[in-house]
Design a binder for this molecule. Structure first.
Ligand SMILES: [Zn+2]
Ligand SMILES: [Zn+2]
Length: 275
């Protein structure tokens, strides 16, 4: 059985409204796309920072600009008007674990996707808050990114760690540390080994300048050796992206001997054969 859990009904476009995104008809467009791609388990995971309630976690200018939706209305919509799994994509904000936990308890979620986009006040993947312009070196960005991912994995807040090496998103458009990148993965892989968290294999990177699946094969091998289950997702922001590039992801999983995917209901995890 195939899954796509990291899916957004709402685009990142500020003109897009919740009223337009959170409708049964829009959910049905995603469901139909999933059916065409042979994906039985479909869930949505809107960004936490799209919801007003998230400003209780972090008062960042980007969040302030984005936080216009109502979290309870989103949860009620997904439960009452769709047959989709209910998730959230939640940024790990160090020091705000309790506040994050409080917010996650408002809804009975099926799963929580944990992400690192921001390292400090700046983002690895957002050109308006670009960390790369101000960082001392690419080494520093990579080191701090994976240390935060390790903290996220250990926090116990999340069921899945999303796009684990998002730091590579820009590909050749940003500087890259020299040599073997595995040295940066180590703290995150240790944390994954110590935690009961699934690792996302995301085809979103194929649509980005880097044009690679997240995570790199060496990272995924390390996570599998640590015993982590795999959650497969596309990070679709429109129906056409549901299941995007899954042929490449399935080839990778098959080659690494992964025969099962993590599935979630009410934050309970089960493994299902890919088939
Ligand atoms: Zn993300
Ligand atoms: Zn996402």
């Amino acid at each position: 059985m195939l899954t796509d859990y990291h899916v957004h009904l709402r685009t990142d476009d500020l003109d897009a409204t919740a009223a337009a995104a959170f409708t049964a008809a829009n959910a049905e467009r995603y469901r139909e796309a999933a059916e065409r791609a042979g994906i039985a388990e479909l869930g949505v995971s809107e960004h936490i920072y799209r919801f007003r309630e998230s400003l209780a976690i972090w008062d960042h200018p980007y969040w302030r600009e984005q936080a216009i939706d109502d979290l309870d209305a989103y949860c009620a919509f997904v439960r009452e008007q769709t047959d989709l799994r209910l998730g959230l994509e939640v940024d790990f904000v160090p020091g705000r674990e309790d506040r994050t936990q409080n917010l996650l308890e408002r809804c009975e979620l099926d799963y929580v996707v944990g992400s690192v986009h921001f390292v400090g006040e700046l983002a690895v993947d957002h050109d308006r808050y670009d960390i790369w312009e101000r960082a001392r070196s690419p080494e520093e960005v990579w080191r701090r990114y994976f240390e935060m991912l390790a903290q996220a994995a250990r926090s116990g807040l999340f069921d899945i760690v999303a796009h684990p090496d998002l730091v590579k998103v820009w590909g050749a458009a940003r500087p890259l540390p020299e040599g073997d990148l595995r040295r940066y993965y180590e703290p995150a892989l240790e944390a994954i080994a110590d935690s009961d968290v699934a690792v996302e294999v995301s085809t979103a990177g194929l649509r980005k300048p880097v044009a690679e699946i997240y995570p790199a094969e060496a990272f995924l091998e390390g996570a599998l050796a640590a015993g982590a289950p795999v959650a497969l997702s596309s990070d679709a922001h429109q129906p056409e992206q549901v299941g995007f590039g899954y042929d490449r992801a399935l080839e990778l999983l098959d080659r690494l001997g992964v025969g099962e995917l993590a599935t979630f209901a009410r934050r309970e995890r089960r493994l299902e054969a890919i088939g």
